[in-house]
Design a protein around this ligand. Structure first.
Ligand code: ATP
Ligand code: MG
Length: 417
């Protein structure tokens, strides 16, 4: 894409009243637009990142047999009354219409997915089932000051699994631990993300949170660096450490943000909706459930928090909006012609490239924008690079670039077989 055609522009100044680094950099780069506290629109560059994150998650969910659906954001009040959450959930948006009826604006989807499933399944032969969606959630968050980390409207992947017995559930749950590790690794924050024991709520002993270490995180966790096991401060006591075989003296305290979590729901939502099946003996049993969440916007904000420097964002290649940022410097005819040639060759080779072809910008301005946008590779065509026999290639993470030929660049980018 030609940057001269991109309707968004970078901003030098921090947005007023924005205290979080992720929102500041994402707004300055034109990735997102802030509508109000905790509510952001995704612009072309930001949407490209979200789509990449989405596709990594989608691949991993499909890999464990997940079936993708898209559930409604408007949800019937009756369903929420059935589970008791119409009253008990503090952050639920209750939306009235002109007839005086109210609906819930979905903060999560147990109240929808369970009745959907009930409509279709009846026999043990139907199981196991895993259903997921990637969709916008709404929560009346009081502390929406952390940019994309805590939204009032935010994108979540929520998966729900359904099982006839504990063993089947446990197998699937174990598999999901591996899947989650793989997702965070692929997104480029695996080295900072710990599976963390947390309290499991009313029914199960523990849930597992995936916590990424960052000073702006809202949670405090204790990490055993040897085993990479972590425990949330909320459940951190001698009895629990004992159960998990952890040595308190070796645990290191960190601030962290929860990028995902997995839960054993047991029969918490299947009972109120009587979600059941008939077993081999013709007897009726209640379905067991698990749920598995990841916040996509929170993930994007977390990557910005943990992988940026004083000049801007540093996207991991797997979720970068483009693979290459091509810059033409100066208004010299030969430079413009050469840069066009490089752009065409990259497009022809299916390389995702953002081409800063804007005129009237100094080299310094283009470099600063490039650092802010954080595309992993920068390719510069200038009078100097042409004189030195090619184009200058530099990684976002490196100080100095090197001169390469177009063919060398293309072979560097070609998928390794
Ligand atoms: P938190 O403790 O941070 O409020 P939660 O326990 O309420 O999170 P879940 O309801 O389990 O979170 O949601 C699943 C995932 O959705 C979380 O792990 C997180 O990544 C993301 N998420 C939850 N709330 C928000 C929010 N307000 N803004 C952005 N992402 C969120
Ligand atoms: Mg919450």
């Amino acid at each position: 894409m030609r940057q001269s055609k991109l309707f968004t522009k970078t901003k030098k100044e921090s947005p007023e009243g924005e205290v979080s680094k992720n929102a500041e950099l994402l707004i300055r780069g034109g990735f997102v637009h802030k509508e109000m506290s905790g509510v952001y629109s995704y612009l072309p560059l930001g949407l490209r990142v979200i789509k990449k994150i989405e596709n990594i998650i989608r691949e991993e969910m499909n890999g464990v047999g997940g079936q993708e659906i898209l559930m409604s954001a408007f949800q019937p009040k009756e369903n929420w009354e059935k589970t008791g959450r119409w009253e008990s959930m503090d952050d639920l948006y209750k939306v009235p219409d002109s007839s005086g009826k109210e609906v819930a604006l979905g903060p999560t989807h147990e109240e929808i997915v369970v009745p959907i499933l009930k409509n279709y399944i009846s026999s043990y032969k139907d199981f196991p089932i895993a259903i997921y969606q990637i969709q916008n959630k709404f929560r009346m968050e009081l502390r929406a000051k952390s940019g994309l980390l805590r939204g009032r409207e935010f994108i979540m992947k929520d998966m729900y699994s359904f099982h006839t017995n504990k063993e089947d559930f446990e197998n699937f749950y174990e598999k999901m631990k591996g899947v989650y590790k793989s997702i965070f690794k692929r997104i480029g924050i695996g080295h900072l993300t710990y599976m963390t024991f947390a309290s499991g709520g009313t029914f199960s002993k523990y849930s597992h949170e995936f916590q990424t270490i960052t000073p702006v995180g809202e949670d405090t966790i204790y990490v055993d660096e040897g085993s990479s096991v972590a425990v949330n401060k909320e459940v951190f006591n001698d009895e629990i450490l004992d159960q998990l075989g952890l040595d308190k003296a070796k645990m290191v305290e960190h601030r962290a943000i929860e990028v995902g979590n997995i839960f054993d729901l047991k029969t918490k939502y299947s009972v109120p909706f009587d979600l059941s099946y008939t077993d081999e003996k013709g007897e009726k049993n209640t379905v067991l459930m698990g749920c598995y969440g990841i916040g996509l916007g929170r993930l994007m904000g977390t990557v910005v928090e943990v992988l940026s420097d004083d000049k801007g964002i540093i996207w991991p290649a797997s979720i970068a909006p483009f693979s290459i940022h091509l810059l033409s410097l100066g208004e010299d005819e030969a430079v413009l012609k050469e840069a066009d040639k490089v752009y065409d060759a990259l497009i022809k080779n299916n390389v995702e490239v953002l081409f800063d072809d804007r005129s009237g910008f100094s080299a310094g301005e283009k470099f600063a924008d490039s650092d802010l946008l954080g595309i992993p590779l920068r390719v510069v065509v200038s009078a100097r690079s042409i004189k030195e026999g090619g184009i200058e290639l530099k990684k976002r993470t490196e100080e100095k670039g090197k001169i390469v030929s177009l063919n060398e660049l293309l072979s560097l980018l070609a998928p390794k077989s």
